[in-house]
Design a protein around this ligand. Structure first.
Ligand SMILES: [Zn+2]
Length: 81
């Protein structure tokens, strides 16, 4: 049985209370899923990507969260001299 995954990229800035979903991507294979998510994060410059899996009731369930420090907004480090 094929599983359907959905990855959602998020733009996050704790400093400005920003927590905004950007784009949704559907992934039809769990193969190299970590690699795919890393590519999506890079493409959208997203510090956070959430991964959902379509369950038997046709609802998306959150199964994992990936954080990418490289794409943090960086304003916390800018706030302190
Ligand atoms: Zn920020």
């Amino acid at each position: 049985m094929t599983k359907t995954y959905k990855a959602v990229t998020y733009d996050v800035c704790e400093h400005n209370d920003l927590y905004e979903d950007m784009n949704e991507y559907f992934i039809d294979s769990p193969e190299k899923i970590d690699e795919k998510i890393r590519e999506l994060a890079k493409q959208d410059v997203a510090p956070l990507v959430k991964l959902y899996e379509l369950d038997t009731r046709n609802e998306f369930q959150l199964i994992d969260e990936y954080k990418f420090k490289d794409y943090d907004c960086g304003c916390l480090s800018k706030a302190r001299p």
